[in-house]
Design a protein around this ligand. Structure first.
Ligand SMILES: [Zn+2]
Length: 425
């Protein structure tokens, strides 16, 4: 996966979906209202409701949208939400996982071949490899680049089977650049990478995901440009996809570390990481894992929705996982009077909004005040752990909170962090 900046908006279900949920009676009306209100609040916080200003009261908006029991006023809803705009309204889980359009494939293949050629070129740059990966691991990184080159060339010749994308803009909404499966040798890409693949940023994403396919040990241990990135240990860097971005980024003119030699434990200024810098780096990693797990849950719940639309029965473990997470995220599943519960678009959009919140909170960590804990501590490690905990809470508070209760927000973040790479039952 990789982090991509995005101007996407929070999304809500279409009005007809909400009216159908209200009319079905499978869930209490108050449940629908609280969930819709949260989504509108989260959109409003980012300044993205149509015809709303900072002075707009969401309580008033709710009264306009739901004027009578059991009723949704479509015209009122659509004053705030443009039903045709996929960045505002969730359209289709089917469009969220599909093969690239034939018209997009030629440029995508060219971009992969460009990235492959760059990987091959940097594999011969011993000085550059030593500067980024260090004196012990540089030759392993060299081997990694050769494999990345091979993978990109191979995949560029079989895009129809090896690449999927997302024309529903889910990945844009959740800041997901893409993901890669070593076992399946498959890459899933943000639609912007597929539709505009020849930019340096898109080629970085292609190379990053291809690194995951090159060697199962190449994982995500910290994204490009995050605190402590340049100070990572050699054994981490050679197994971290984002570190394979650096030499190609230098070639393509989008490096944040031009000409630098990375030294483990030292920042770009040449100084050791301070305790506070280690706390902030730890807080970013905490949210990276929470975001990754939230992304996995988001994929899982969309799989479930697709299966339900197809009439495919769910297995018990999946239902159990859905019902475990539903009260943590305030989905509707545990409130429904049907069994197994039906995943609605209200649940899909709520899940998405939580993935997005984890990413925004992560980006708050470097800037929140007061992350140094009050001592004394038995060790620096204890002090850092206490500081990371403060930073996690402060970053969520700076976002504005998710569930209206800081303790519940923290339980959700902790659950996600603790289920990193362990969300699928
Ligand atoms: Zn990755």
């Amino acid at each position: 996966m990789s982090r991509v900046p995005s101007d996407a908006k929070w999304r809500v279900p279409p009005s007809a979906d909400l009216q159908a949920i209200l009319s079905s009676g499978t869930v209490d009306e108050s449940v629908v209202h609280t969930r819709v209100r949260r989504l509108l609040e989260r959109m409003h916080r980012e300044g993205r409701l149509n015809s709303a200003t900072s002075a707009t009261d969401i309580g008033v908006v709710m009264d306009e949208i739901f004027p009578f029991p059991g009723q949704l006023d479509q015209a009122a809803y659509e004053r705030y939400i443009d039903p045709a705009d996929r960045t505002m309204v969730y359209h289709s889980v089917r469009d969220a996982y599909t093969t690239p359009n034939p018209a997009d494939r030629a440029d995508l293949a060219t971009a992969m071949q460009d990235a492959a050629a760059t990987a091959q070129t940097v594999s011969t740059d011993e000085a550059g490899l030593r500067a980024v990966f260090g004196p012990t691991e540089w030759s392993n990184a060299q081997a990694g680049y050769r494999l990345i080159n091979n993978k990109l060339v191979a995949i560029s010749a079989d895009i129809a089977h090896r690449i999927s994308t997302d024309y529903n803009l889910d990945a844009q909404e959740t800041f997901l650049g893409g993901w890669a499966s070593f076992g399946d040798q498959h890459i899933h890409l943000l639609s912007r990478v597929v539709s505009d693949p020849l930019t340096p940023r898109s080629k970085v994403t292609l190379l990053h995901e291809a690194a995951h396919l090159a060697d199962s040990r190449i994982d995500d241990h910290g994204y490009y440009g995050t605190p402590g990135f340049e100070a990572a240990e050699e054994a981490i860097k050679v197994n971290n996809a984002a570190h394979f971005e650096e030499l190609p980024r230098r070639t393509w003119g989008i490096s944040s570390y031009v000409g630098q030699t990375f030294t483990p434990g030292l920042t770009s200024s040449g100084a050791p990481l301070t305790t506070e810098e280690q706390i902030r780096a730890g807080g970013v990693q905490y949210y990276r894992k929470a975001w990754d797990a939230a992304s996995d849950f988001d994929s899982l719940i969309k799989d479930v929705r697709r299966n339900q639309l197809d009439g495919t029965p769910l297995d018990g473990a999946t239902v159990a996982r859905m019902l475990e997470v539903s009260p943590l995220m305030d989905l509707t599943l545990h409130e429904q009077m049907v069994s197994p519960p039906e995943v609605t678009r209200l649940d899909i959009t709520t899940s998405e909004s939580i993935v997005r919140a984890m990413s925004i909170a992560k980006r708050n960590v470097p800037n929140v005040p007061n992350v140094m804990p009050m001592g004394p501590f038995l060790s620096t490690a204890d002090e850092i752990a206490a500081g990371v905990s403060l930073a996690v809470d402060a970053a969520m508070a700076a976002y504005g909170g998710l569930l209206g209760d800081a303790a519940r927000d923290r339980r959700l973040v902790d659950w996600l962090h603790d289920h990193y790479r362990n969300v699928y039952p």
